[in-house]
Design a protein. Structure first.
Lengths: 253, 295
């Protein structure tokens, strides 16, 4: 199985704070990996490093075999230019906790911004594809609406469609349901579940343990900036072996 | 406690007391305005001079000069200000220092002083050239228009830079990250995603500064640029009708400022697209707070 995303001995510091401690993780094509753990454990930081919104201070992250943010020259890693980094980011979709839709653009324009203006793909084709994506997340009727006219759950579904419109190789979800009212969580999770079943490679940082159990191929438990345990949902959630994982699971369930 | 048990509450009426204080204040205001109007009416003002000169050719040329200078200086200020603001927020320290130095220098000295410096540049640089090529005579180039434009435009850039910077800071960081996540470079994200949203915050103070600029152009009269204050001056030096012609200038400033204020409200409306209340046709949604959290 080929790795789409690979983190190898990744280190990250915020000043003196050691946010990621020698983190290694490999995500195969079509795999759904859920990352759980207490807040401040480095889950989101790992995602943000993988999407190059944060730089790393050691180790390597590769996306589809390509080193993220650097090119190798002998035994040195040379930083890529802003433009090259931007090009690499196109392969990695990101869904944020607070949606981050562009409020001055309509729903359809939010989807078209990347493929048409950045990737310079054909407008008519992109329009068709984007409408199909909106159909898929159940929001085709909202194409002309502005984000502030939508509920939180609808906004997050648009954000997922926006990420998909880039045809990414992997999508990272950073606590996609944490900013939602409880009754809106289900609609977003069901879109994500459908996406997982369609074979999209996904890494999901979440507190929705039931979702992890049902959808994840593997569950990663992080604490204190390190990966403590990795395993199947069965081994991690139903019958956790590691005592720290067991503690966490019993606290959140 | 009053006993409301034996009262038919439905028959109680809410009284509307007479607003004596408001009436008194209105009366004082009326008297005051009447006094001012009366004073000007009986004062030694020959009003027909005002109407005679209001639309005379030299005055209209001066008004045109004021409008042209306001537009040019503001355009230059906004262009410079936006570049300086982006530079000031750059990751490159040299650009940051350059921007900070620019703001420090041109915000730190009076506009009038800067106008005079530009206008008298020939005293220290008789000719200007590009590394020895294309030499030009400074006196030729530094016309009143050019000197006024440089003086006003460059210092306006320093103020506008701070306005634009505060606008950019007002946009949620997540917007930049979302733009980057769909493959935009930082510069492109700033120009197409962050700045258009920052406009909402930038437009009102820029409108304010444009109105300030209309009046600031009067400084250019000291370096012989023919704007409205200078042209009325030329007239009253000849006919001694000082107050009448100053009133003419005053009327024209008010007209220009009023038109600009109306224009500003249209521009604000344009940039508020996607904010505020849902437009007609959209259904009101129960989770307003979450949706508004975006804005």
């Amino acid at each position: 199985m080929r790795s789409i995303l690979q983190a190898i001995h990744v280190q990250k510091y915020y000043g003196a704070f050691h946010a990621l401690k020698d983190v290694s993780l490999s995500v195969a094509r079509g795999e759904v990996v859920c990352i759980i753990g207490p807040s401040g454990s480095g889950k989101s930081t790992l995602l943000r490093c993988a999407s190059q919104l944060e730089s790393i201070d050691g180790g390597v992250i590769t996306v589809d075999g390509e080193i993220a943010g650097f090119h190798q020259s002998g035994d040195r890693l040379m930083p890529l230019s802003d433009l090259q980094v931007a090009r690499q980011r196109q392969n990695v979709g990101m869904v944020f906790q607070r949606f981050n839709l562009f409020p001055h653009r309509s729903v359809l324009e939010n989807l078209l911004e990347g493929p048409v203006r950045v990737q310079k793909r054909d407008t008519t084709e992109c329009r068709k594809e984007s409408m199909a994506l909106l159909e898929r997340v159940g929001l085709a009727t909202k194409a002309a609406a502005y984000p502030n006219e939508l509920s939180g759950g609808q906004q997050q579904r648009v954000a997922i469609a926006r990420a998909l419109a880039m045809r990414p190789k992997i999508i990272l979800f950073d606590e996609p349901t944490s900013a939602l009212d409880p009754e809106l969580v289900g609609e977003v999770l069901s879109v994500m579940k459908e996406l997982a079943q369609s074979g999209m490679t996904m890494v999901v940082v979440t507190h929705e343990i039931a979702f992890c159990r049902e959808v994840a191929d593997r569950v990663v438990f992080m604490d204190g900036g390190a990966i403590i345990a990795v395993g199947s949902p069965e081994d991690m959630i139903v019958r956790p072996q590691n005592p720290r994982v067991a503690n966490f699971i019993s606290a959140v369930l | 406690m009053q006993d409301l048990v034996n009262v038919d509450v439905r028959k109680l009426k809410i009284a509307r007391p007479i607003p004596y204080l408001q009436i008194a204040a209105s009366f004082v205001l009326f008297v005051f305005v009447a006094f001012i109007v009366h004073a000007f009416w009986v004062g030694a003002i020959e009003w027909h001079y005002v109407s005679d000169y209001l639309f005379s050719a030299p005055i209209l040329r001066g008004v045109w000069g004021t409008i042209v200078m306001t537009v040019c200086a503001m355009a230059m200020g906004i262009l410079l200000g936006t570049s300086i603001a982006v530079m000031r927020m750059s990751a490159n320290p040299a650009l940051r220092w350059a921007a900070t130095g620019y703001i420090w220098l041109f915000r730190g000295t009076p506009a009038l002083l800067q106008l005079l410096l530009w206008f008298n540049l020939a005293l220290i640089f008789p000719t200007i050239s590009l590394f020895g090529y294309f030499p030009v005579n400074t006196v030729r180039v530094m016309t009143p228009f050019v000197a006024a434009l440089l003086g006003l435009g460059i210092q306006q850039g320093a103020y506008t830079a701070e306005v634009v910077r505060s606008g950019i800071l007002s946009v949620d960081r997540g917007q930049m990250e979302a733009a980057q996540s769909i493959g935009m470079t930082k510069l492109r994200a700033v120009l197409t995603i962050v700045l258009p949203q920052a406009m909402r915050v930038i437009v009102p103070p820029i409108g304010n500064e444009t109105i300030g600029m209309v009046k600031l152009t009067s400084l250019a009269s000291v370096i012989q640029y023919s704007e409205v204050l200078r042209t009325v001056g030329d007239v009253y030096y000849a006919n001694s009708r000082v107050i009448e012609l100053l009133i003419v200038a005053g009327i024209w400033y008010m007209v220009i400022v009023t038109i600009l204020s109306i224009g500003q409200s249209y521009i604000e409306k344009y940039f508020s697209k996607g904010w505020g209340h849902p437009t007609q046709g959209a259904k009101a949604l129960p989770d307003g707070p979450t949706a508004m959290g975006m804005a």
